[in-house]
Design a protein around this ligand. Structure first.
Ligand code: PLP
Length: 404
């Protein structure tokens, strides 16, 4: 059903040797490798179709526009949004959140208001809100978590009040692997009519997401973390919210009419898409979504869960091993430290064995502070990783431990 050998053949980079060893790529949380169909779609579009979208009456422009808009429909279906008007193309999660923080902030946030984020947010779901708070004289409130990285929902409920304007929460922590109870986070906010943004950068690649079932108001993700190209991402927003938000950037495409006296704005989704979009990337993103859909998001989830559970079991046998995050509801990201070996030393030595992992604070300095550490080593799995690669990681860690 899920033939890992065939799957791996779709990713040419996986057959590379690094320092004369087979590459073991375990930095999928940072970015994923690309299957042939994604790269070929880009090459084909540049060679055979390329023209600016939405602007030309000529054949190529029409064709490029059709591909671009068909990609929006592919994204809509993939996340089960109600309408393509709810799918905004951006450069990635970071831009999606900045768009929302600016636009939502302009319309709805005033002095003394509060924005709720969680302890385990990526900097891109903290700093844009902080900047908004500084602009508007609003205040950031933080949902606390337990030592093993589980959000404190009671404390969360007590943070919500009539001054809370929006709640922003990661679906899956990029450091701890925690799958947050976002259904509960959303439901509790909605009892007080507070909208919720879910940062889906680390959930979308690993399991099926459904906007209508989740009922979040906004949702952000990046193409490059789900086997698509860099430079493209999505902000989903419920249509009635997006209708009420002012544009983020001004320019071509986002307008209906422009005069020096008065400019009117385009309808959704174009109101938020000023300038030439990366239409080659949107087309390739659709190819990536088609690719994971054909494999089956449920199959991908099962495969990565097997890798994660196996890795956690094998790694916890290593003396001095400290794995961060919860033992349940743990997605395909494992952050760890061994004894007092510095994360950078561990990462550098694993690299010499051909094993690519991430080290450092993972753009989550407040979380590091909460855990009382400077950084971790992070192994993150993708749909093409194997149990043998987990063994290579475990053996690699053991070798490094022996060296110390
Ligand atoms: N949010 C989370 C949870 C992430 O893991 C990341 C990237 O690592 C981001 C946001 C930012 O994504 P991007 O750099 O693609 O905009």
């Amino acid at each position: 059903m899920y033939d890992i050998t065939t799957v791996r053949e779709d990713f040419p980079i996986l057959s590379r040797q690094i320092y004369n060893r087979p590459l073991v790529y375990l930095d999928n949380g940072a970015t994923t490798q690309k299957p042939r169909c994604v790269v070929e779609a880009m090459v084909d579009e540049y060679y055979n179709v390329n023209a600016n979208v939405h602007r030309g009456v000529h054949f190529l422009s029409q064709q490029a526009t059709d591909l671009h808009e068909a990609s929006r429909e592919t994204v809509r279906a993939f996340i089960n949004a109600r309408s393509v008007n709810e799918v905004l193309f951006t450069r990635g999660t970071t831009e999606s959140i900045n768009l929302l923080a600016f636009s939502f902030g302009e319309a709805f946030v005033h002095e003394g208001d509060e924005i709720v984020v969680s302890t385990m947010e990526h900097h891109s779901d903290i700093v844009p809100w902080q900047m908004l708070c500084q602009r508007k004289g609003a205040k950031l409130r933080v949902i606390p978590m337990s030592d093993d990285g589980v959000l404190d929902l009671e404390a969360y409920s007590s943070l919500l009040n009539e001054r809370t304007r929006i709640v922003c929460c990661a679906h899956v922590s990029n450091v701890l692997g925690t799958v947050n109870p976002v259904g509960e986070v959303i439901a509790r906010a909605h009892t007080m009519n507070i909208p919720v943004l879910i940062d889906g950068a680390q959930s979308t690649p690993h399991f099926a997401v459904d906007m209508q079932a989740l009922d979040c108001d906004f949702f952000a993700f990046s193409g490059h973390k789900i086997y698509g190209p860099t430079g493209v991402g999505v902000l989903y927003g419920k249509e009635d919210w997006l209708d009420r938000l002012p544009p983020y950037q001004g320019g071509g495409e986002m307008i209906k009419n422009v005069s020096f006296e008065n400019t009117t704005y385009n309808t959704l989704p174009y109101k938020f898409e000023a300038g030439t979009p990366d239409y080659v990337a949107t087309h390739a993103l659709a190819k990536a979504l088609d690719y994971v859909t054909a494999l089956g998001m449920d199959n991908i989830f099962r495969h990565e869960q097997e890798l994660t559970r196996y890795a956690m079991t094998q790694m916890s046998r290593i003396d001095g091993m400290r794995i961060f995050g919860p033992s349940d509801n743990h997605d395909a990201v494992i952050s760890f430290l061994v004894g007092d070996i510095h994360h950078l030393d561990m990462g550098t030595l694993l690299d010499r064995l051909g094993i690519a992992v991430r080290t450092g604070h993972h753009c989550a300095e407040p979380l590091m502070r909460r855990l009382g550490i400077e950084g971790t080593v992070r192994a993150s799995f993708g749909l093409y990783n194997t149990l043998e690669e987990v063994d290579a990681l475990v053996e690699g860690i053991e070798r490094v431990v022996k060296m110390f």
